[in-house]
Design a protein around this ligand. Sequence first.
Ligand code: PMP
Length: 460
Amino acid sequence: MSPTETVPDLMHGMTTEEICDITRKHNYGTWRYQKAWKPIQMVDAQDSHIIDGNGKRYLDFSSQLMCMNLGHKNAAVIESIAAQARELPYAMPGYATATRAELSKLLLEVLPSALTKFFFATSGTEANEAAFKIARMYTGKSKIIARYRSYHGSTTGSIAATGDPRRWAMEPGGKGPGIIFSPEVNCYRCPIKHTYPQCGIACADYLEHMIRNESDVAAVIVEPIVGTNGVLVPPDEYFPTLRKICDDNNVLMIVDEVMTGWGRTGKWFAVDHWGIQPDILVTAKGITSAYVPLGLTATTQKIADFFVDHFFAHGHTYEAHPMTLAPAVATIHEMQRLNLVDRAAELGPYIEAKLQDLKLRHPSIGDIRGKGLFWALDLVKNRDTKEPFNTYADKVAGIPSLVDQIAGKMMADGVTCQAWVSHFVIAPPLIITKEEIDLGIAVLDKHLHLADEKCSRGLP
Ligand code: PMP
């Protein structure tokens, strides 16, 4: 369908300008100063492209918010939503439905095998809130150790556990009760000034030191590969070590796979890279390829057994909503049919080689990191000092960043890409073709001179 055929239906008798004006005037633009919000209207999309109100096509180089893993307008997912709406649009969470049972069976196939009991919410944020409550109810302990440079959601509990400065807007009290932070695992800019591998992953030792010097620690929550805050991939021995630390100290391991799940990193879930069985896994985004809002909190049978004789004090009206579960079933079937997990694994080295080539030619690229179709391009003023162009403080102060400026130029050239502080997150739909990857990289290449010109040091 061409954009001109679709536009009239979506316009509700308004012009693009009116639609954007009303949206800006009567809606909150989130995570930004309102005066800086200038939304553009999107009207159509297909596969790896999204189309605006003027008919301009953009290559979606970050799957919107790293969530549309199947790409836009997958026919089977769309049909699953329509079919569920025709059959049973809603049933209270206390009822069983065939869709819910079918999804549960599929989750047993794709999740790490220890996870057998599921709670369905409608966002990653809510799924993390459920994880915290479950961990606290199950252990009878109150503290959660999170890490700096993490993101776990926007509601009171999950923002309190978020280690990036978005939490600051909530001060005082933003840290919330019962949350403590450990240093992030960041081999490029180690917060405790070590160098891998000589460090012997001292960051894990430090975390154990924290557990042993606190009392009352219920759980540790980690993004297996930190997402928004820079696609930080841990060394291979980190997760087996963390698993042992949690076991030795009787602390639960919660993994937040909201962004890393669903084939994004070339495995169904990022922990599969290290063969780890978490106690609780939280996910959302790719679970329905973002066609409808769904979050999942999955626990081990051991945790599930505890609640046989204990009150499970949690739930929502929209929990296990049939309209959210049907597209999750279709998403898993589509991922299996199209073999998308293997595809992401195969395209990983291809995109990595392209990014390495950029690094050879652009002094402003300090580091590239990632796995599968999940990459960061970290821009620095100087490769020796690793000084970024902008900081988190700039972000909170509303100072426009260089990466935002470059992302704006890329958008004008028909490529959308997520920029954050001083890095880009490149995470295209898993159906992307090599030609489309080449195009996205070429547009990035074209505009990186804006950063190169500001570098205090050229290529070595
Ligand atoms: N955890 C992680 C790792 C995320 O990336 C996000 C969203 N970016 C969330 C939690 C929150 O998910 P949601 O926006 O669906 O509430």
